[in-house]
Design a protein around this ligand. Sequence first.
Ligand code: UD1
Length: 355
Amino acid sequence: MRVLHVIGARPNLMKAAPVFRALAKQPRAQQSLVHTGQHYDANMSGAFFPQLGIPEPDVNLRVGSGSHARQTAEIMTRFEPVVRQWKPDIVLVYGDVNSTLAASLVCAKLLIPVGHVEAGLRSFDRAMPEEINRLLTDQIAHLLFTPSEDGDANLLREGIVPAKIYRVGNVMIDSLVDLLPKAIACKLDSLPERYALITLHRASNVDDLQTLKRILGALVEINTQLSVLFPVHPRTRQRIAEWGLKTGELCLLEPIPYIEFLALQRRAMVIITDSGGVQEESTYLGVPCLTLRENTERPITVSLGTNTLVGQDSKKLSSELSNILAGKVKKGVVPPLWDGHAGERIAEILCRCFG
Ligand code: UD1
């Protein structure tokens, strides 16, 4: 069985690693990792491979940044010859980034089966580029590996036949479970006793001047009551610089490697984010999470977990934060099948189908 994994952006790495490692234990599986180069800074990509226990990619397509059309087209153009040459039995794509959709389209036209890991999630907000990537990838994938029941329901509603859907659990949580002991042991120097951890990169929050200005203003205000630690995504850093926005006394950090970031998450008093993965990780860790989005494709983090959607409403953010500071925190449970074994379940299914 020849399995080709496509990764491109930071969150893909934590999702692909457990599947890659589980397949490495299967004697009949041959694997190759192709990196599209959508993310290329060392601290957005390269630094993660040794921590996650996966090899450097066999191929890097080096597409880099660009408009959605250019990035998607460039990935497709450069990926097609790799697929033709390597002749995989199945191509695995992860999550909802441009690399996910671009690789899936190439395979659909070459009649190569695609397995979509983290299928079925929906925000029902088609203004999000990721929602378009999710919807289209799921329509052309052959095997759809869902993290939770809502994923199955969404796919069935969209006319996907039940035989293609496999509820396997959450692969991103596999990486967390695997590396949590290292995160617990991780020494972080000069951390404040209590702090809020921030991540912010969604186009809807950072590509509009007034919105970003308002969010930064709210964070500066929070920083007067509770230290704010803010590892800044390159996209956000670029906008802050371009518009000369004020960040006051905020502690702006470079993007942080995976284990250290997990360590920061588990010790945080609250996490404020617009990331998908961080909503899940905070639910698993039982840390309150305030999400700066109007919707989420991961509703289970709200219904079962510690997540609360605050949108772009500074008043709601401030009142939810006051509750947390007063000790009134949302208690959550870990959703079913978020147990560290999703990658193994995917490997077993692939062996049954292609082995
Ligand atoms: C992408 C995904 C998003 C995911 C996020 C995780 C899409 C549509 N978006 O968003 O779903 O949550 O990755 O980080 O696929 N840049 C660098 N160095 C890098 C990468 C990016 O400087 O290594 C800068 C560039 O200026 C680039 C910008 O960040 O133009 C945006 O990068 P891009 O890959 O287009 O989208 P992300 O915002 O990272």
